[in-house]
Write a protein that binds this ligand. Structure first.
Ligand SMILES: Cc1ncc(COP(=O)(O)O)c(C=O)c1O
Length: 548
């Protein structure tokens, strides 16, 4: 490392221990990457100086130019998103007090082993009270606020035209700007209605990455669900890994013909692609292609608020915009959306379909009456609509979003620092452990991610979910090994406002401990499986042979 180092000053602002150099501040993400936190707090300036040179080289090229260092560079990895508030401490606290608690059972190792045997080593088969920390999903598993519960008491249960519906409708219109708002009991019901109305056999629906229910609902119409997310490696750190490959989109429309593409979808954040965000620029580019061909654009907007926060942190020009302004801009680029409100609606059940096209909304409402209920309640109670309207406001609170994204990143940092391979950078709602990288001795057809998920439960009672060959692989014909999935991941999804930092510290400890014994782990074989969606009910047994 060269000795011709620029001078650096170490400051400690709230949220970000800043290393200050000639280019301004190097923010938290860079710091985590280079594990400088310890260094910063130990005050080892010389080492920091050397690191700064490396950082400067990596992000600014060899020759730094801005000698004033008054402003952060444009690079998303050192965003100048520091709070100007009177709290000068770096710990990001949970921005809520606990009001009601639910006991967590603490099953013993023997009890967990027995539960695994009973469930056929399928974590979906466990009872919730056999789990210590449940990171199976972030969907509908969050805690509601006292204001939401108060709203539930105000629920108007009139069959038609209830007050609660109008409060919900006005919250959705205020957020999305869409003129037609249709409540549904959850996200997949909105998908089913939209695709029944808009998609025909032989059509093709492009998306960055379809979530599994979205894919299933497109395929149920006899259409093709086409994933066109821009290519990247799991370990590659990029700001917007959920972006659509624009050229691939254009090429796909040209290839199949515009008449066969009834709509384009964009999933924000991209759940099946690691919970990665989509940039506003990419949304604008997708919109431009849709305009060029005259195709409507819909958002699968379950995690719109988390995506907005990532745009604020990482995209040039958005640092001073509120999450609500950013969310509104995202929705303004689309013609409609499907939403599972069990995520950023902060409710345990609920969803909606919204759009501008009146004719499509009429057809959708007719179908809604057939399958979900009258258009002023969908599949929901009046009190659910109240909780949802309130949730849509609370989720855009900056203190909440800062805590939410940081708490996921916190888990990612802890386990990355200990050498555990994950999809980088951390997603908004989940951390995805790369089981293929951790367990290279277990072949895909012996389900390394399933083996890892089982071990996390066995060792620490932590329940994650396999997202690999069990979920997405295809069973081989006549006993041949399965066709593997592209990635072997264990997703640890963080329920909203539910676990505290010590719960997450515990999870990190379990993951690190299990990773230390990785070479001892062996794979599994499936002994029973359903013809579709086998991951929910398959039964497994351990394979002795892949043990080293
Ligand atoms: C991106 C995405 N779309 C759609 C859905 C389906 O929503 P629901 O489970 O409410 O039917 C989910 C659920 O996890 C999701 O993550």
């Amino acid at each position: 490392m060269g000795r011709n180092v620029p001078s650096v000053e170490i400051t400690d602002q709230r949220n970000v221990a800043c290393i200050r150099g000639p280019h301004g501040e190097v923010g938290s993400t860079v710091r985590q990457q280079l594990r400088t936190e310890v260094v910063v707090y130990a005050g080892l300036c010389a080492l920091v100086e050397e690191m700064y040179v490396e950082i400067a080289k990596e992000f600014h090229g060899e020759q730094p130019t801005d000698s004033e260092g008054t402003r952060c560079c444009e690079n998303w990895k050192c965003p100048a998103v520091h709070r100007k508030d009177p709290m000068p401490y770096r710990t990001i606290i949970e921005p809520f007090r606990i009001h009601t608690v639910q006991a967590i059972d603490l099953p013993t190792v023997e009890e967990r082993e027995a539960a695994l045997e009973r469930a056929g080593f399928n974590l979906f088969g466990l009872r919730a009270d056999e789990v210590i920390i449940d990171l199976l999903t972030d969907s509908g598993t969050g805690a509601m606020s006292s204001e939401q519960w108060a709203g539930m008491m105000r629920g108007d249960e009139s069959y038609a035209g209830s007050r609660s519906f109008f409060r919900f409708e006005s919250a959705v219109k205020d957020l999305t700007g869409f003129s037609e708002v249709i409540p549904t009991h959850q996200g997949r019901a909105a998908e089913k209605i939209l695709f029944t109305v808009m998609v025909s056999e032989g059509d093709v629906v492009p998306n960055n990455t379809h979530f599994d229910t979205t894919r299933a609902n497109v395929e149920y119409q006899g259409a093709e669900a086409l994933d066109l997310v821009a290519a990247s490696e799991p370990s590659e750190i990029l700001p917007f890994k959920g972006n659509m490959d624009i050229e691939a989109l254009r090429a796909a429309i040209d290839r199949v013909g515009v008449d066969r593409v009834p709509l384009v979808m964009m999933t924000v954040t991209n759940n099946s692609g690691g919970g990665q965000p989509v940039s506003m620029e990419n949304l604008r580019d997708v919109r431009a292609v849709c305009d060029e061909y005259g195709i409507p654009l819909f958002l699968d907007a379950c995690r719109f608020a988390e995506n907005s926060w990532f745009i604020k942190l990482r995209e040039e020009g958005y640092a001073d915009r509120t999450p609500k302004e950013i969310a509104r801009e995202m929705f303004s680029l689309a013609d409609g959306c499907t939403v599972s409100a069990k995520k950023d609606g902060l409710v345990n059940i609920g969803g909606f379909l919204a759009m501008n096209d009146h004719e499509t909304s009429l057809q959708s409402r007719n179908l809604l009456i057939l399958t979900e209920g009258f258009p002023t309640y969908g599949g929901l109670a009046g009190y659910d609509l109240e909780a949802l309207a309130q949730g849509l406001e609370e989720v855009l609170d900056e203190d909440y979003l800062r805590y939410r994204i940081r708490s996921t990143e916190y888990l990612a940092d802890k386990i990355t620092d200990a050498g555990v391979p994950i999809v980088q950078p951390a997603g908004g709602h989940a951390v995805y452990i790369d089981a293929k990288a951790m367990l290279p001795h277990i072949p895909s057809h012996e389900y390394p991610a399933q083996a890892l998920a089982i071990e996390l439960y066995r060792n620490g009672g932590v329940r994650g979910v396999e997202i690999g060959t069990v979920m997405f692989g295809r069973p081989g014909a006549d006993g041949a090994p399965d066709e593997p999935a592209a990635m072997e991941l264990v997703r640890l999804a963080i329920p909203r406002r539910t676990y505290t930092q010590s719960h997450i510290d515990y999870v990190a400890e379990v993951v690190i401990d299990v990773a230390a014994g990785a070479s001892e782990m062996s794979g599994y074989r499936i002994v029973e499986q359903a013809p579709w969606l086998r991951h929910f009910t398959a039964r497994f047994e351990q394979v002795a042979s892949s043990k080293t």
